[in-house]
Design a protein around this ligand. Structure first.
Ligand SMILES: NC(=O)c1ccc[n+]([C@@H]2O[C@H](COP(=O)([O-])OP(=O)(O)OC[C@H]3O[C@@H](n4cnc5c(N)ncnc54)[C@H](OP(=O)(O)O)[C@@H]3O)[C@@H](O)[C@H]2O)c1
Length: 264
């Protein structure tokens, strides 16, 4: 299907790997000019080389940024032209009990997961509204609604994104700008692989056993009953960035394999 995205410009955060990389790859396939970003020049170069290997004509550039740091985000913004599409994908998590989650952990997750999207949206959304066209997608998580006991701080950041997304959508009335959020479930990314390997080491189990136990005890309502692939998440995100998705605005789209439950 032609998503009618050719010629648009996009910034995808947290895009040297995982869901962000898959979103960047699919946007490039649709003819979008994409800016990816990350903290390491080596990883950016590697990601750009991989993207160009898929799509030799791709117009893709890499920007160094640390989303923990407001000054670094400001520096990124200063180097950017107005964009059509912003995918606020960056997100980090720490699996810790509430008691062991320090102020520094809370601050870190709020800066990276929430304030990155706040700062970028504050800069880019007014330009989209002036231009009468734009797309912002916030990548939240099933954890915003499930709130696992070992991920309370992370879940709070992901719930905050839902309020921000909905609130910003309400500022787009009578324009062709939309702001939406997606709730991915457990997805087989580099971050997930690290989490599984850590659990396997701590619990003296194989990775496969950790995955089976995880879906049995932590995500019993998942109808997918396995990790989603990054493409199973990124395709919906890319659709939401397209002109075809104009009627979806202020929405929270579940990509959780059924784990959250409920009829809406
Ligand atoms: N994976 C899941 O199971 C899952 C489930 C639900 C929701 N989500 C959400 O989906 C989004 C993507 O997750 P993912 O698993 O695909 O991530 P990931 O594989 O862990 O990718 C991390 C990306 O973030 C970048 N990054 C990390 N910290 C950064 C920082 N301080 N500043 C700038 N860049 C930074 C990394 O770049 P460098 O290392 O190159 O700096 C890399 O590009 C996140 O918002 C996550 O919360 C994921």
């Amino acid at each position: 299907m032609d998503l009618r995205l050719a010629g648009k410009t996009a910034l995808v955060t947290g895009s040297t790997s995982g869901i962000g990389f898959a979103v960047a790859k699919e946007l490039l396939e649709e003819g979008v000019q994409v800016t990816i970003c990350g903290r390491s020049q080596a990883k950016l170069d590697e990601a750009i080389a991989a993207l160009k290997a898929f799509q030799p004509q791709a117009i893709v550039e890499g920007k160094l940024v640390n989303f923990e740091n407001a000054a670094s985000i400001n520096s990124l913004i200063e180097t950017m032209q107005p964009i059509d599409i912003l995918v606020n994908n960056i997100g980090v998590f720490q699996s810790k009990s509430f008691d062991n989650t320090t102020d520094i952990d809370w601050e870190h997750m709020f800066q990276v997961n929430v304030m990155s999207g706040v700062r970028l949206s504050r800069h880019f959304l007014p330009q989209m509204i002036l231009n009468n066209w734009g797309r912002i997608v916030f990548v939240s998580s099933e954890c915003a609604q499930l709130v696992p006991a070992d991920l309370i701080a992370y879940s709070a950041t992901k719930a905050a994104l839902l309020a921000i997304s909905r609130g910003l959508a309400q500022t787009t009335k009578s324009t062709e700008v939309t702001v939406n959020a997606v709730l991915p479930g457990s997805t087989f990314t580099e971050g997930a692989k690290r989490f599984i390997a850590e659990q396997a080491q701590q619990q003296h189990k194989s990775d496969q056993q950790v995955i089976a136990d995880f879906f049995k005890s932590e995500r019993p309502a998942s109808m997918l009953a396995r990790f989603a692939s990054v493409e199973e998440i990124s395709k919906t995100i890319v659709y939401l960035t397209s002109p075809l998705a104009l009627a979806t605005n202020g929405a929270t789209i579940k990509l959780d394999g059924g784990s959250v439950g409920g009829i809406v």
